[in-house]
Design a protein around this ligand. Sequence first.
Ligand code: BGC
Length: 455
Amino acid sequence: MSDSASEPTPVPRLPAGFIWGASTAAYQIEGADGADGKGVSIWDTFVRRPGAVRDGHTGEVACDHYHRFSEDVALMRRLGLDAYRFSICWPRVLPAGAGRVEPRGLDFYDRLVDALLGAGIEPLPTLFHWDLPQALEDDGGWLNRETACRFGEFAAVAAERLGDRVKRWITLNEPFVHMSFGYGFGIHAPGRTLMLDALPAAHHQLLGHGYAASALRAAVPGAQVLIANNCTPVRLRSDARRDADLTAASAYDTLHNRLFNDPVMLASYPDLSAYGISASSWEGVVRDGDLTVIGQPLDGLGINYYNPTWVTAPADPPSGLPFGLAEPEEPYRRTLSGWPVVPDGLTELLTGLKARYGDALPPVWITENGCSEPAGLQDQARIDYLAAHITAVAEAADHGVDVRGYFTWSLLDNFEWAEGYHQRFGLVEVDFATQLRSPRASFEWYRQLIASQRG
Ligand code: BGC
């Protein structure tokens, strides 16, 4: 790493006690496919489907974090992280999704948690970051209500083993993305193309969140439970002010944001009539009492933010969806993945959540934010991205949003789902041929930022 890191871009001070972190997910970094009795996940299956992932890449080895976690924890210590968000691979712990527990899988997370605590870093596990056991998918996956019960049982097993040391937990990662990409459009595992028939996967994941929250609270005294939702501010183009565009924007906001935020904060679903769902047709899916389980008090709302979404009225001929997606007209800088860089969207999102949910909004945690940039160690674009987004968080805090932490995505370059290894989100560059880790300029910048915010 170069000693001559660039001068830190000034970032306003976040409130005292603010938690600085970094995030990863099991399938994206662990590798060790099949090791120590691990069962098969839907991603293990999906990556073998021809054409599913760019260039046929798989997470079989990924960053080999399963075997190299000590080196990775040493990097986190050097960075000065307060907390590390990782996910627990369900089929490592319960190879068939339910029933027999694989102690060697739990042993790995035990070692990881101990290493983190030894380095003074809070472990923040996510219980579901998309790697559903294949055996449960074979029974319908998240379209099957039973999967929610199995998820609650998995949470109990994880809590029993780790709950003496882990107090803060995240249940689900981005149930919107898993439902839409995994079950609606088929671009993520399990690769189903059900379009709007994927909607029950939203309710069953949320019910699973509720069961997991109950299990965690039963097993871990003082447990704090969060969910990590992918949220987006919905924007219209300046030339779009027709009623049809406004209606489309509201429909998109309902699907992407409110479908997952309302139930956990208000214990109710938004009006889903734009999606052909009426109170009575949703009746077969949502049973009495479900919303009480889902809407039990939340200790924190995790927000994963990448960019706003521009929406228009549906295309002609209609796509079957009550909205169309548009490109922004502003010439935003784009990341390597082509996403527009819009830091003020994060302030808009956070203040908008406060305006919408008021006192029902628990403390907010930015559980993911970051960018893919070209390979190489000099990544000023990433530094600028992070500085601008952290500044946006500080602005939301100034407007009265209770924000408790910021976790950048990601610590390491990793397996970026359908994009394979073509996108690089890491503060640390990974050479996937040799597994050499090389901290980038952004690593040194983030290290200095954390130190100066503490000082
Ligand atoms: C996911 C991560 C992913 C990141 C960048 C989020 O949607 O939670 O797993 O790598 O965005 O695409």
